[in-house]
Design a protein around this ligand. Structure first.
Ligand SMILES: Nc1nc2c(ncn2[C@@H]2O[C@H](COP(=O)(O)OP(=O)(O)OP(=O)(O)O)[C@@H](O)[C@H]2O)c(=O)[nH]1
Ligand SMILES: [Mg+2]
Length: 382
């Protein structure tokens, strides 16, 4: 099946010193989960380290075959998004609809309960109370008179929060350098693979930098993706200086005239300070080669960690300049409301969302589609 994908994808020949990609049955059915091994030095961190991994992984049976079909299914973009957001829809909009069922008048109790639903769906106390402060005022002014109008208003408010007026991504730069950061296990490496696939579909060429030199299996993991995607991977040895890898990757990217260089980074070092210092150093070294690089710094957050994702975002923002968020694992979580909390409190654009383990399950985030998929009334079941 990967043959099919490889045929589809254009790109430079694989650059690798690692074992060749075997096209046996086993190689054909690796899961994304399989490639995410636990960091080896997990015990090196103090329990107090606030950047400790919060995601549980792997979430599913590691032997489960994944990526069986890399061609996006015919069911359609919106239908798939809706289906993937089922859990969030159930945890949020369906509870809201159950509460409003058969009611006409807006009572203070209804407003309190709705606010609570938003909080439990991980929209968060701060964001939910801000939305409801405005809504209560509108009810008082008789601008909102029935529950249908109220439902629409909540939908509108969420949409408003999600629109942070970010310019569209241009992927400009010669090459465009994308730094991918985030704590371990959130999905950085698999997201890089999906992003590469996405960019290739747009006719762009990519080059990957294995700058997570801390975790032994990390280099191999990215390398395997590189081979699958027929994309060169620049790597050094385990334990090497990550900024040297980034530097070499940019140099190679310039030489080969690729469109986008994507840099994978470690999610965990010995301490949080190490991690942040490392990122700063990578940035400094990148800028030596291309002064305005990195052009994008994406923070990857795991939606299943809810409010914890927000704390991570705040910590990373203090340490490094972020240009956007990629929110993974929105499938299989009822915590989809975290999208609103992040957009509201970080004022950073959510650039992509991960809604599954397939290559094409990374989507540019479109606030309108997202909110519409959540709020669309079910005709039959979900
Ligand atoms: N369901 C689901 N799983 C995902 C998604 N994105 C990533 N994953 C899974 O998350 C797990 C961790 O992914 P990795 O890409 O290895 O995470 P990482 O951030 O690179 O981890 P470290 O290298 O340890 O820092 C894997 O099992 C992935 O398959 C998503 O959108 N949905
Ligand atoms: Mg990784």
């Amino acid at each position: 099946m990967f043959k099919k994908l490889l045929k589809k994808l254009k790109g430079e020949p694989i650059e690798t010193q690692s074992p060749s990609f075997q096209e046996d049955a086993q190689a054909e059915a690796p899961t994304l989960a399989e490639t995410a091994e636990e960091p080896e030095k997990a015990d090196d961190l103090s329990p107090a380290d606030s950047l400790q991994r919060v995601a549980q992984q792997p979430q599913e049976d590691e032997t489960e075959p994944a990526i069986q079909e890399e061609t996006a299914p015919a069911e359609g973009f919106f239908a798939r998004l809706k289906q993937k957001l089922t859990k969030s829809k159930e945890g949020f909009v369906r509870r809201m609809d159950e509460l409003l069922l058969g009611k006409k008048e807006i009572s203070p109790e209804i407003l309190d309960e709705l606010e609570e639903i938003l909080v439990t769906a991980d929209v968060g106390v701060k964001t939910a109370s801000e939305i409801f402060e405005q809504i209560r005022a509108e009810v008082k002014r008789k601008e909102l008179n029935d529950v249908d109008a109220l439902r629409e208003r909540i939908q509108f408010k969420l949409l408003e929060l999600l629109n942070v007026n970010a310019p569209p991504l241009t992927w400009e730069g010669n090459p465009c350098v994308v730094l991918v950061v985030g704590v371990n296990g959130v999905g950085k490496t698999t997201t890089i693979a999906k992003l590469t696939y996405f960019l290739q579909e747009q006719g762009k060429t990519c080059l990957l930098a294995a700058a997570d030199t801390f975790r032994a299996a990390a280099i191999e993991q990215l390398d395997t993706w590189g081979q699958r995607l027929n994309t060169p991977v620049i790597k050094h040895k385990h334990g090497a200086d990550p900024s040297a890898v980034a530097f070499d990757a940019i140099e190679a990217g310039i030489k080969r005239k690729v469109d986008v260089v994507i840099i994978d980074t470690a999610g965990r070092l010995h301490t949080k300070t190490n991690l942040m210092e490392e990122l700063k150093k990578i940035r400094r070294v990148i800028a030596k080669k291309i002064p305005d690089a990195p052009h994008e710094t994406f923070l990857v957050l795991d939606a299943t960690t809810g409010q914890n994702a927000l704390s991570q975002a705040k910590l990373f923002r203090e340490a490094t300049d972020l240009t956007g968020i990629i929110l993974t694992k929105l499938d299989g979580t009822a915590k989809g409301g975290i999208v609103a909390a992040i957009a509201h409190q970080m004022r950073l654009p959510i650039r992509f969302i991960g809604i599954g383990e397939k290559m094409y399950d990374l989507r540019p985030f479109d606030a309108k589609d997202f909110v519409a998929a959540l709020f669309e009334r079910d005709t039959q079941g979900s």
